[in-house]
Design a protein around this ligand. Sequence first.
Ligand SMILES: C[S@@+](CC[C@H](N)C(=O)[O-])C[C@H]1O[C@@H](n2cnc3c(N)ncnc32)[C@H](O)[C@@H]1O
Length: 710
Amino acid sequence: MSVNFDFLLSHVVHHLFGFNIMAVDGAVETVEMKEITPSGDATTPEGPPAKVAKIDKGGYKTIEVNKNNAKLFEYYRKQPVIPPGEFDAFIDTLRIGLPSSFRVQLSLPEAAQVDRHLREAFFSKIPEIQDDQVSVPISIPFVPYGYQGNMPRSVMRSHPLLKNLHEFLVNETEIGVISRQEAVSMVPPLLLDVKPDQFILDMCAAPGSKTMQLIELMHRGCPKPTGLLVANDIDYERCYLLVHQTLKRYPTANCVVVNQDASQMPSMVDKALNPILFDRVLCDVICTGDGTFRKNLELWKDWTPQKGMALHRIQVQIAKRGLEMLKPGGRMVYSTCSLNPIEDEAIVAQLLRHFDGKVRLVDVSAELPELKRSPGISTWKVIDKAMTEYANFEGIEDPQKKGIVASMFPPTAEEAARFGLDRTFRILPHAQNSGGFFIAVLEKVEAFATDKEARRQPYNPHNKKQRRRRMVREDPFTFLSPEDYADVRADIEEHYGVSSDFPYDNLLVRSADTDKKKCIYFVNDVLRDFMKYNNVLRFRVVNAGVPVLRRVDKVSTSKYRLMQDGLPTMSPFVVKRIINVNTADAIKVLEGTKDNHYVGLDELADPAPFKALSCGSVLMRVEEGGFRKDICLWLGAQTVTAFITREEKIHCLTMMGHDPVKLKRTVVTSRQAKGTGIFKQDITAGAKEVPTATSEDAVVPKVSEDTASI
Ligand SMILES: C[S@@+](CC[C@H](N)C(=O)[O-])C[C@H]1O[C@@H](n2cnc3c(N)ncnc32)[C@H](O)[C@@H]1O
């Protein structure tokens, strides 16, 4: 298994900083996109010939993009998707850059505080900057704590306030407090009506922006959801991306990442080995992405009608399987970032046709009322790559028939009246200065005959994809038996006072050898059952659970230290080694006085509670101005250090009203370095195991007498 390092790195960096990375002759180079808007207008779309020029510019390469595509313009002029009077506005909008958008994580206890900080520390001061290119980010009306802004990067770099805002956003994104995501891409999860106790399947999940939203929605008002989220993607490399961009930022005990072909998804079974049917399914399928012309500039030269046709069949198959795996009464959202009816209404029509009355379209026109949308259509044109139009399937002769299927054609008048495709909708880029999207909300109104049949995935040694997937050896997820965890239990009960009702049966390790217990993970009850009854032979599990304990081999009171990612799980059970720290000391510990890592106990205003404890893991409880957080510390003989990432320290200090200036850096953050380092290791190590590093592992402690014992 070789992991494409450049691909992963480019994703991480593009996502965080907005510029691209490109591999040239095996080297990784930064590339800055320069856009050329052609003089030709939408009615006479013939602009200059497409060209890609590369010009060195202070370490950057500049790519010129010709924003013309005659076939695209002709195709969408023929489809009743864009009202004729709006066509020029549509094309003009496609040709300008997409505003960047982000949202504060809704389920975070300090979400309102982060939002207030954004407004007070940055947005309220932006109007003081005298520059036409500078504007205050505006609220996205349909997304709580969501904003979108449009300032060139050069401007963001040139004003200290904007630079600080940019740094704040990068820092908070790094730790999952803020998610950068296209505004319209936030809509599908919002229409799923997610609850904490539901079983949710995200069929095509990578790189995970909607998975992140689903996790947030499950945690809204519920720190420990009892439901299950299965995030799946067919692409193993992209599953890694999902783990790093989502689960490392929002570690959760109820999410599992699996690597399957969604169109052939084997049934997942419960304790009684009956197929699990999901309350909610998100079917955000692979698509041509022609709603993303504003940010995916390479689409301008690549787009042809053929691409949508080529994806139609797999889109139908994935969506069908999604409905089969849905509970009667459950909701499935089908979405694409394409405006093409062949990928949109045609798929929905085929589902309604195939499941004949057992599935219906939900009218969501009253949900998210501020979202501007255009109702779905019931008639459209089937046009091939030669731009030939076909009136119906029956009239097509060979060889044109190749690549065209009956389900691409619009429904008959009788079907159209039954289907009500106007309940689906499109978000057009020019309606609210966004990307384009298509969304259909479906409800399974009646059980299918197949609901109780567990579909197995037969192993076919001649199927290259399957064979390749099997060759990647995952370290097994092994649950600890009472004998295995007896020593852990005795240790943490004694040292942390962990109460006896802690669910020890939910602990697992990533090794066949339970004696190894280096890092111990925790899953909630439903995920434990899922893992137990859906073993890796049939299901490729890539990641599951949160790390809660890590073994310390040297001097420490306990053999296990607490891990920050697992604190929401552990801290309700912990009663010992908790210190309520005054604000001044908490700031000192977070800032560190020795190379920003350690503080000497004698430098603290109140060292007594620390000195009263022996070396090892300590839980610092901070409470300041409405911000409350438990933070893992490592206590040495004479010093103490916060065992969290620099980004998390900056976040805590900011929330405590303290300027984290001492900790600020403008270079690639430690987690990014760690993340990309891990990807690189994966390549050399043959991607043997899913990286298990947690946020706190990104701390780079300097050697001292205290760290020597860690
Ligand atoms: C539009 S992207 C999904 C974006 C994602 N939902 C998000 O919000 O970040 C489509 C994904 O579908 C995956 N995919 C393509 N074919 C698939 C299949 N047959 N089964 C499962 N996933 C598939 C691709 O690897 C890709 O990651």
